[in-house]
Design a protein around this ligand. Structure first.
Ligand code: BGC
Length: 743
C-alpha cells in the first residue's frame, strides 16, 4: 500500500467514526483534508450539477422524489449539486430536507448538496413567492435601494427551504432590444447595471434576516451575451475589445470586486469564440485580469452546445476538455452523466491533471463551507415561520410603483373625478401578463396557476374606480373590420380608453423576433381606439420596447409597466388614479423605428454637427426619459473648480432641483460626463452618477456629484485605464458645465 493510500484509509476511518472531526479547523485546512480523501469519482460528482427533473417521479419540475434515481445520482455518480424545480413551500421544504438527509447520511463523505434556482425577480419558483418587476423595470426606478429591497425579500423567501444558490442577477448590459432577455437586464447603461447589480448582490449575500443561513448570488452571463449581432438569443456577438471593457465588463468587475461568490458563463459566441471554450475569456480575462476567485458554473448543457451549436468540437469528450481547460468549475449537465466519464478518460490520457480538477473541487467545497452547508444543510422551519407574505407584497408594490415610467401625458393623467373607462388589450385581465416570464414556470405559469389573491388590471381598476365605471372589453387585438366596428361601438360609450398592450411572456430563445414593431392586431386595436376620438391611455406590458410609433403620437398618455409583478395591477392603478406620482425613468432607449436601434451613448452623425439637424439620433423616448405629475426645475449647476489638476483631486458639482408643480414627487437626478477630446473616439456621454430623492411641493433640494479622475478615464482595448488631459463636460437635467483635467 502506498503512503498516500494509507493516509487516505486512515482519514476515511476517522471520517466514518466522526465526520465532524474531518471538517474541523480552518476552512482551507478542512477543504484540503477533504479533497485528500476524495476519490476521483467523488470529485467529479462535485463538479456536476443535475436538474431536479432527473430525480422527480414524473420527470417534471414538481417535487415528488424518485428515491431510486436520487440514490443513483448521489451514490453512483456522487452528484454534489442540483437545480430547478417549482412547487409550493411545503413541497420544497420536504423535498430539500429529504435529499439533504440522504446526501449527508447515505454517502461516504457526507458532503451536503448545493441547490441552485433562478429566482430572478423574487422567489419566482415557489408558488406563494412574491414576484417583483423584472430587472429592466427595476432599473427604471434609478434607485439602488429598490434593488436591495428585491434582493432582501427574495433572500427571506428563498432561504427557508434550503435553496442556497440563486442564478441572479443578470449583469449583461441590455444594449440590443431585439435580444429576448432584455427584460432580465438592468438596461443599456453600464453604470446603472453595475450599481443595481452591486446593490442586489450585497443585499442578497449578506441578508441579516436569514441568519445563520447564507446565500450565494450568481453574476451571469459572463460575457458579451447581450448584444448578439442579429438579436436572437445565444447567437454570435461581435464586440471590439475596447467596447467590451468599456460597456460589458464594468458590471461584472464591480460584482467581483464586491466578492460575488459565483459566476455563470455566456452560452453564446463572442468574437468567434464559444465563450464556454475560451481560455482567453474564462482564464485570462475572468480569473487573471478581473480577479474572480469563486465558482464558475456553465450555463445549461453548454458543453453539448460546443458540439451541436458552436461546432468548436466534434465530440462531447473534446468539448469537455475544452471547457475544463478554459476554466469552468461546475458543469450544469442537467440530465446526462457523460461529463464524468469524459473527464475520467481525459485524465487517463493525461490531458487533464488531477491538480486542475482539485482546483475546481476546492472552489466548490469552499462555496459550500462559506454558505454554512456543512454545519446545516437543511431548510428551516423558523425562517419559514418568519416569512411575511403580505409585507413582502407591499414591498413589491412599492418597487413597481417606483419602476413604472410615464412616457407621455397630454393633460389626461391622473384620472381625477369619476370617469367611464373602457379597458381592453392582452394585459387587461391577465395575472400572467403582470408577473411575466420566469414566474412559477419558465414561460410564466398559465392563468389558472397564478396566485388566487392577485389582482388583474381590470380587478384593480374596478376596485379603485368602481366596477360600474370600468368596462372590460374582450378585444386583445383586432383582425377584421367586423371586430373593429364592434370595438369602436362599445368603446365609444366610455369617456376614455385604457389599452394594456405588449408582449405575452416569453423566455430566452422563445422570444426571438425579427421586428420590434408590435403585431398588426394590437396596432389595429390602438387605431380603432384612436378612431373613437376618445382619449386613449396605453399601458405597455412588455419585456423590451415594442414599437407603435404612429399610434404613439396620437394617444394621450403612455405608461411603460413592463412585467410589474404580483402587485403590478395595484401599482399601475395607483399611478392612473394619482395616488402615486410616477417617478420611473427609462433605463433603455425606446427606438423610433424598428431598424434603427441606438443606445444613448452613441455619437450623433455628422448631420448633427454640420446641419444641426437631428436625423440620426431619433428615438421615440430617450434613455432617462420619464414624466411626473409635478414639474422639476433644474438651476444653478455649479462646479467647485474648473480644473482637476492631479489624479487625486476631485471636483464637486452641485445642482438645485425645485418642485415647481402642485404635488410632491420623487426625482431621479442623472449626471453624465462627456469627454470632449479623446485619442480614441469617446461616447456622446456616459452616466456616472444617479441619485433619487423626494422633493415636496415648492421645496428645493441640492444634489451633489463628486467628480473623480476615474470618472474621466476610459479603458483601451487591453483594459488599461487611460486618463487624458483635456476638456470634459458634466451635464444634468439639461444644464451643462465644462471643466478640464490636467495631470
Ligand atoms: C439560462 C440561465 C439559467 C439556466 C438555469 C439557462 O437556460 O440561460 O440564465 O440560469 O438556464 O435555469
Amino acid at each position: 500500500m502506498t503512503k498516500n493510500k494509507c493516509l487516505n484509509l486512515c482519514l476515511f476511518v476517522l471520517l466514518v467514526i466522526s465526520p465532524k472531526c474531518l471538517y474541523a479547523g480552518a476552512p482551507s485546512t478542512r477543504i484540503d483534508s477533504l479533497v485528500s480523501v476524495m476519490t476521483l469519482d467523488e470529485k467529479l460528482g462535485q463538479m456536476t450539477q443535475m436538474c431536479f427533473s432527473t430525480i422527480t417521479l414524473d420527470g417534471s419540475k414538481s417535487l415528488d422524489l424518485n428515491v431510486e434515481n436520487f440514490r443513483d445520482a448521489i451514490q453512483r455518480y456522487h452528484v454534489g449539486s442540483f437545480l430547478s424545480g417549482s412547487d409550493n413551500y411545503e413541497k420544497w421544504f420536504a423535498f430539500i430536507t429529504a435529499i439533504q438527509k440522504l446526501a449527508v447520511e447515505e454517502t461516504r463523505l457526507k458532503i451536503p448538496l448545493i441547490i441552485g434556482i433562478d429566482h430572478v425577480h423574487g422567489a419566482n419558483y415557489i408558488n406563494e413567492g412574491t414576484i417583483f418587476p423584472h430587472n429592466l423595470m427595476l432599473a427604471c426606478s434609478f434607485n439602488s435601494a429598490m434593488a436591495q429591497n428585491v434582493a432582501r425579500v427574495t433572500a427571506i423567501e428563498t432561504a427557508p427551504v434550503g435553496l442556497s444558490w440563486n442564478f441572479a442577477p443578470v449583469l449583461d448590459v441590455g444594449k440590443n432590444p431585439y435580444w429576448p432577455r432584455l427584460y432580465e437586464t438592468f438596461g443599456e447603461d453600464p453604470y446603472l447595471c453595475a450599481t443595481m447589480g452591486k446593490a442586489y448582490i450585497q443585499a442578497y449575500e449578506n441578508c441579516p434576516e436569514i441568519a445563520p443561513a447564507k446565500l450565494s448570488a450568481c453574476a451571469k452571463h459572463f460575457i458579451g451575451y447581450s448584444d448578439p449581432k442579429y438579436g436572437y438569443d445565444r447567437s454570435p456577438s461581435e464586440i471590439p475589445m475596447q467596447a467590451l471593457w468599456e460597456y460589458f465588463v464594468p458590471p461584472f468587475k464591480t460584482a467581483f470586486d464586491g466578492g460575488v461568490k459565483t459566476v455563470m458563463i455566456n452560452s453564446g459566441e463572442l468574437n468567434g469564440e464559444a465563450v464556454h471554450g475560451s481560455k482567453f475569456l474564462l482564464d485570462t480575462l475572468l480569473r487573471q485580469r478581473l480577479g474572480f476567485k469563486g465558482v464558475a458554473v456553465t450555463d445549461i448543457k453548454d458543453i453539448e452546445r460546443l458540439v451541436m451549436m458552436h461546432h468548436t468540437n466534434e465530440t462531447q469528450k473534446e468539448g469537455t476538455f475544452r471547457a475544463i481547460d478554459a476554466g469552468i468549475d461546475m458543469y450544469m449537465a442537467c440530465n446526462a452523466y457523460d461529463f464524468i466519464r469524459y473527464v475520467k478518460e481525459l485524465m487517463a490520457e493525461r490531458r487533464l491533471s488531477e491538480q486542475r480538477i482539485d482546483a475546481s473541487v476546492k472552489r466548490i467545497l469552499q462555496l459550500k463551507f462559506d454558505l454554512g452547508l456543512f454545519d446545516n444543510p437543511y431548510p428551516s422551519r423558523e425562517l419559514l415561520s418568519k416569512v411575511n407574505k403580505e409585507k413582502n407584497q407591499d414591498i413589491s408594490q412599492l418597487v413597481a410603483e417606483e419602476s413604472i415610467v410615464l412616457l407621455k401625458n397630454e393633460n389626461l393623467l391622473p384620472l381625477l373625478g369619476t370617469k367611464k373607462i373602457a379597458l381592453a388589450g392582452i394585459g387587461a385581465n391577465s395575472k400572467k401578463m403582470m408577473n411575466g416570464p420566469w414566474s412559477y414556470d419558465w414561460m410564466g405559469a398559465s392563468e389558472e396557476l397564478q396566485p388566487a389573491t392577485m389582482k388583474t388590471l381590470y380587478t384593480a381598476m374596478a376596485n379603485e374606480f368602481g366596477a360600474k365605471h370600468v368596462n372590460l372589453l374582450s378585444a386583445e387585438g383586432i383582425n377584421t373590420d367586423k371586430e373593429r366596428r364592434k370595438f369602436i361601438c362599445q368603446a365609444k360609450k366610455s369617456d376614455l380608453i385604457v389599452l394594456a398592450v405588449g408582449e405575452k411572456p416569453y423566455s430566452e430563445f422563445m422570444g426571438n423576433i425579427n421586428d420590434l414593431t408590435l403585431d398588426q392586431d394590437q396596432l389595429n386595436l390602438m387605431d380603432a381606439a384612436i378612431e373613437t376620438g376618445k382619449p386613449v391611455v396605453i399601458v405597455l406590458m412588455e419585456g423590451r420596447p415594442r414599437l407603435f410609433t404612429q399610434q404613439a403620437s396620437k394617444v394621450s398618455a403612455i405608461l411603460f409597466a413592463g412585467y410589474p409583478g404580483t402587485r403590478g395591477a395595484e401599482a399601475i392603478t395607483n399611478i392612473l388614479s394619482g395616488k402615486v406620482n410616477p417617478s420611473g425613468k427609462l433605463a433603455f432607449t425606446y427606438p423610433f423605428s424598428a431598424g434603427h436601434v441606438i443606445p444613448y451613448y452613441y455619437k450623433p452623425s455628422e448631420f448633427n454637427i454640420y446641419w444641426r439637424e437631428d436625423k440620426t439620433q431619433k428615438n421615440l423616448f430617450p434613455f432617462g426619459h420619464g414624466l411626473s405629475y409635478t414639474q422639476f426645475e433644474y438651476t444653478d449647476l455649479q462646479l467647485s473648480d474648473t480644473l482637476i489638476n492631479n489624479s487625486s483631486q476631485t471636483i464637486t458639482a452641485t445642482v438645485k432641483v425645485k418642485n415647481i408643480g402642485s404635488v410632491d414627487g420623487q426625482e431621479a437626478v442623472l449626471w453624465y460626463i462627456s469627454d470632449e477630446i479623446g485619442t480614441i473616439t469617446r461616447p456622446n456621454k456616459l452616466l456616472k452618477h444617479a441619485e433619487k430623492a423626494l422633493i415636496p411641493v415648492g421645496e428645493q433640494k441640492t444634489f451633489t456629484f463628486t467628480i473623480r479622475p476615474q470618472d474621466l478615464a476610459y479603458p483601451d482595448k487591453n483594459g488599461v485605464q487611460i486618463l487624458e488631459n483635456g476638456k470634459f463636460k458634466v451635464s444634468v437635467g439639461g444644464l451643462v458645465k465644462e471643466f478640464n483635467f490636467k495631470k
